[in-house]
Ligand binder design. Structure first.
Ligand code: SF4
Length: 136
């Protein structure tokens, strides 16, 4: 999902990205916002998963250190569903360990693989069964 950012959000992210981290109280001042507007801006960016906020004490006052969300965050994970290969004929193939280019069994000449690809391309995946394999 593409997140819409307003101009203040874009400026805040650019500033934080350029410096690595910024104190929340400094960010407000640099963007010309008051503390209430600045706090709301930061909350929006945290909710969108774009910022990490760590509580710190500076000169005896509590504030937050803001940094870009870590690379291994939820936002940047790629989720892969096993559904996409559950009906792949190789999963139940008794020749899987012998199947490679140049052997009697190879993906390039396998009729089951051809059939699987043709059905996927035709958009009729419901015809596939995960338990169909080579007949011996
Ligand atoms: S022979 Fe066909 S079904 Fe079996 S592992 Fe090779 S490509 Fe997959």
């Amino acid at each position: 999902m593409v997140k819409q950012l307003d101009s203040y959000e874009e400026k805040a992210l650019s500033l934080i990205k350029a410096r690595g981290s910024v104190l929340q109280s400094e960010l407000w001042k640099e963007l010309g916002l008051d503390s209430r507007e600045g706090s709301r801006l930061v909350q929006r960016l945290v909710r969108k998963g774009l910022l990490d906020r760590e509580e710190v004490v500076m000169n005896g006052r509590r504030t937050y250190k803001l940094s870009m969300r870590a690379k291994n965050s939820r936002e940047q994970q790629v989720l892969v569903s096993l559904d996409s290969i559950m009906d792949l004929p190789c999963i139940v193939c008794p020749y899987l360990d012998q199947c490679e280019p140049g052997n009697a069994y190879e993906p390039a000449t396998c009729p089951l693989m051809d059939n699987w690809v043709e059905i996927l391309v035709s958009g009729q995946r419901e015809k596939l069964s995960p338990r169909v394999g080579h007949r011996s």
